[in-house]
Write a protein that binds this ligand. Structure first.
Ligand code: NAD
Length: 488
């Protein structure tokens, strides 16, 4: 007899959005079931995303620091890389963190079910046991629920060109397994994943070529933030081809033969560096975006509407079916773990104490964990231009930062965008070592409605990189000690 679980709330998907929602709901006294296809919660972020990639990026940093030490008179020599040990370390980190999430379920009395959920109707999910392998609690289970939060995440986007069934063609998941360090790696897509994982493989010794379809790496990110990263990647990578795409691939004896072509007709006299040439790479990483994972859980049977793959929601993350909510990558861009977690908590607020709560963040942070890191929040200069919105921008180049210079990393830049009429901070962008940590101050400032004068009047500790935010704000008020602006 299949077991039936009746629950107040079922959360479908145990990533950062799903488990944040399930934990808070249970703490608020809601009888909660968390259903996920992994034996331990954490989702893409934990198992095949943020956490394993950041472990590898830390290793890349260690390797770079070893090289850079020479500048300070310390020589380490060529790093010896033990891939098996590195993989084991990464697995241990993921296991430790996901086990603590499993414990988090037990502590809060969240009923954690393992298996694939498939809607049968708007109040029922059937759980398919996972095969092969154990499916604790998932075998033949039917869940009936009063309310549901869908948090099924996203999966790597595929391009038909690369669909040749070759194990040499990797996506972000298989690239993270780090089965080998190929001599040559072609990275298709110069976005978050392509550049982060490309940097890891380059640090480990691969000769990396990046092919990006648009005219810039990280399209959409402010050009002055991308510039220092581009300069450093040009030294780390073998080649970076912009406005280029791969039109044909074929498996050959030693790798993948790929044809690189300009992605759009070039103006007369302009060259892109590639003209339909072929090159062979030991492996190819395809990182051309992710798409919502909404096709395989029976949303139509629940009556939930989807638009261009994303589940349609209102400002409370409620779908067209009033007792079903959707959060995270499946509910729209940006596909970021912290956005999903925040949405999960919002939905629980709506379901418990705050029936009128709405999604209304002023500053969504984003971080690209390359070297240097790029981070921004709130309004970007690119968006201000698109919206024809006037802004004043205070820029502080890290050449003047004591901290950046002492650690040999003065290639960064911090900028603060304000409303010219009110001085209110609208956005902040940072490129430089540790930018991802620095951006948190900006998020607080924007959420609290701070002005640039407020930021400038806050004492930033010396010598730290946080001073760069203070100085960019001081510049807007003629207060910066390290930027001389001649009086007219
Ligand atoms: P992305 O959208 O960041 O980058 C994809 C890139 O591929 C773009 O630059 C695009 O122009 C390019 N591209 C598309 N088709 C192409 C083609 N045919 N040939 C060459 N280039 C092509 O996507 P991603 O890097 O795959 O990452 C997916 C999502 O995952 C991101 O949008 C992000 O939200 C999330 N993510 C976040 C982090 C982080 O927070 N640090 C890290 C990894 C992933």
């Amino acid at each position: 007899m299949p077991e039936t679980i009746n629950t107040d709330l079922v959360v479908l998907g145990g990533g950062p959005g799903g488990y944040a929602a399930a934990f808070l709901a249970a703490e608020r006294g809601v009888q909660t079931t968390l259903l996920d296809a992994n034996a331990k919660p954490g989702g893409t972020c934990m198992h095949v995303g943020c956490i394993p990639s950041k472990t590898l990026l830390h290793v890349a940093d260690l390797i770079h620091l070893g090289h850079e030490a020479a500048e300070f008179g310390i020589a380490y020599g060529k790093p010896e890389i033990d891939l098996a040990k590195l993989r084991a370390k990464g697995d241990k980190i993921v296991d430790m963190m996901s086990t603590s999430l499993l414990k988090g379920c037990k502590d809060r009395k969240v009923n954690h079910i393992v298996g694939r959920g498939d809607f049968k109707d708007p109040h029922t999910i059937e759980v398919a046991p996972l095969t092969p392998g154990p499916s604790p609690g998932g075998r033949g289970v039917t869940i009936t629920f009063k309310r549901c939060i869908i948090a099924v995440g996203s999966i790597p986007a595929k391009l038909p060109t690369f669909d040749i069934g070759s194990p040499r063609i990797l996506d972000s998941t298989s690239a993270l397994r780090l089965e080998s360090v190929p001599k040559t790696l072609l990275v298709v897509g110069g976005g978050y994943i392509g550049l982060e994982l490309g940097s890891v493989y380059a640090a480990l010794g691969s000769s990396v070529t990046v092919v990006e379809m648009t005219a810039s790496l990280l399209p959409g990110v402010d050009a002055d933030l991308v510039r220092p990263l581009f300069a450093r990647l040009r030294a780390q990578f073998d080649k970076i081809h912009l406005e280029t795409k791969v039109t044909e691939v074929e498996e050959v004896k030693d790798g993948i033969k790929a044809r690189l072509e300009p992605s759009s007709p070039l103006p007369p006299g302009e060259e892109s560096g590639v003209r339909g040439e072929f090159a062979v790479f030991e492996k190819v990483l395809v990182a051309v975006g992710r798409r919502p994972n909404t096709a395989t859980c029976g949303l139509d049977k629940a009556g939930v509407e989807v638009e261009r793959g994303f589940i349609k929601t209102d400002k409370q993350r409620r779908t067209n079916v009033p007792h079903i909510f959707a959060i995270g990558d499946a509910a729209g861009e940006p596909m970021l773990a912290h956005k999903a977690a925040h949405e999960g908590k919002l939905v629980v607020e709506v379901l418990t104490d705050e029936a009128h709560a709405e999604w209304d963040p002023r500053a969504m942070p984003a971080v690209v964990f390359t070297d240097p890191e790029i981070a921004w929040c709130g309004l970007t200069e690119t968006d201000a231009k698109k919206q024809n919105r006037p802004v004043k921008v205070g820029v502080f180049r890290w050449g003047f930062s004591g901290r950046a210079t002492t650690v040999g990393r003065n290639d960064g830049l911090t900028k603060v965008l304000v409303d010219p009429a009110t001085d209110q901070v609208l956005g902040v962008g940072v490129v430089g070592a540790g930018a991802g940590e620095l951006i948190a101050e900006a998020v607080v400032a924007i959420e609290m409605g701070a002005t640039a004068k407020d930021l400038a009047m806050c004492i930033h500790p010396h010598p730290t990189l946080s001073e760069t935010i203070g100085e960019a704000a001081e510049f807007l008020h003629g207060l910066s000690s390290h930027i001389f602006v001649p009086r007219k």
